[in-house]
Design a protein around this ligand. Structure first.
Ligand code: SF4
Length: 401
């Protein structure tokens, strides 16, 4: 099997950073899923001054700075507070795990629900949830985040109330029924589900996820018994100009391996606010022209837009191998339309779901498999050279096309 790894059970934040081999990792959750130009410029400056000079976008649409030294942490926090990028406590920071559709508009329900949900999570009676437990707010005209990891989902229904008001679904990940109702009660319904999760010992599984609890077939509360009749998921918006019937334009740009240099971040801030996505892409809603920085991915056919990698060695203490240089080699041979996931260990931080090609570092080499998750690979480890040869011949076989 692809090996063991520690489950830390918590995620880094700004107030509670996590120590890695290259210093502390500081993770930020922009409050409405976006950075203003000013905040983005400030973050770029902080990454240069205190970190490695690189900002990383995570699969939960958070931003990470690495390589922070303990002595610089207080000054970094002060600067983040000035920019409105700091939560009031570790508890609020770790609980405010809300993923927003990047394509929200000023007149839809996303922003008000995000604010109200954040407030509800800060209430004294709010349940204490595992730090990986996440709310997915996707209540626009079409759901974009169905494939993103989450525990409680909020989406707009395609039916309306008799008075023509929009209705919304609130449902637990993995369930076939949910709550259907008005916007004013959405946050209460979402928090009711969170309370239900805690009441039924959702913490029992190591990462504390809703899907595991739902698989135990416990009866949901009465209010969540309406059979789900969801809108079909919106197709993934392609890189480049965004024309998803939003009437607002803008551009979606990809980041190679989810990383951007501080200079690239500063460049993007020249196009207005930066909205984070869980796809290692940034949506620039106010961009009037296509950004042309050479480090950006703007073509969906670019193999780099189809490769996920985790930090790997040497920066991650759990890594059994390096991922970055191998990813450059895989990019040279990855067939068009195929996706690859390279992981420094079986934990699979960069991607929870299965992938066309999954490669996991192992003691003495790598394992790889098709349509596999990082934790589900077996067999003898291959050297990097043999791995690439094996991949190349597999990609050339007709059954892989
Ligand atoms: S998956 Fe990658 S980043 Fe996550 S613990 Fe393993 S080596 Fe580290």
């Amino acid at each position: 099997m692809s090996g063991s790894f520690d489950i830390k059970g918590w995620c880094p934040g700004a107030l509670r950073p996590m120590l890695a081999a290259d210093g502390y990792v500081v993770r930020l959750r922009p409050k409405d899923g976006q950075l203003s130009s000013r905040q983005g410029l400030a973050l770029a400056d902080l990454a240069r001054r205190y970190g490695t000079g690189v900002l990383t976008l995570t699969s939960r649409a958070n931003i990470q700075l690495r390589g922070i030294e303990a002595i610089d942490h207080p000054a970094l926090l002060l600067a983040l507070e000035v920019e409105g990028l700091l939560d009031e406590s570790v508890r609020v920071e770790s609980q405010r795990n809300i993923l927003l559709s990047p394509f929200w508009q000023a007149n839809d329900a996303t922003q008000p629900l995000c604010v109200a949900l954040g407030n509800a999570q800060g209430d004294t009676g709010a349940p204490l949830l595992p730090s990986k437990f996440g709310f997915v707010l996707d209540p626009g005209d079409a759901p974009y985040l169905r494939a993103a990891s989450g525990d409680v989902r909020v989406e707009r229904a395609h039916t309306q109330s008799p008075t023509q008001e929009p209705l919304f679904w609130v449902y637990p990940e993995g369930a076939t029924t949910g709550w259907l109702g008005h916007q004013s009660l959405v946050v209460k319904a979402a928090m009711d589900l969170a309370h239900w999760f805690v009441r039924h010992n959702g913490f029992e599984n190591p990462r504390g996820r809703m899907r595991v609890l739902i698989e135990r077939a416990l009866p949901l509360p009465d209010a969540f018994q309406t059979p789900l009749d969801l809108m079909p998921p919106a197709p993934q918006a392609p890189l480049g100009a965004v024309q998803v019937d939003l009437g607002q334009g803008g551009f979606l740009v990809g980041l190679r391996f989810g990383q951007m240099s501080a200079d690239l971040c500063s460049y993007l801030c020249g196009f207005g606010p930066l909205r984070m996505t869980p796809w290692r892409q940034i949506y620039l809603p106010q961009a009037k022209v296509q950004p042309t920085h050479p480090a950006l991915l703007t073509d969906a056919n670019d193999p780099y837009s189809r490769i996920d990698i985790c930090t790997g060695a040497p920066a991650c203490t759990q890594a059994l191998g390096e991922t970055l240089s191998l990813a450059h080699e895989v990019a040279k041979i990855l067939p068009k339309g195929r996706f690859a996931h390279l992981s420094g260990c079986a934990k699979g931080c960069a991607r929870a779901s299965a992938c066309d090609v999954t490669i996991v570092a192992q003691k003495g080499g790598f394992l790889w498999g098709r349509n596999a998750q990082a934790g589900n690979l077996f067999g003898p480890a291959l050297s990097q050279e043999y791995l690439l040869e094996d991949l190349q011949s597999a990609f050339e076989r007709p059954d892989h096309a």
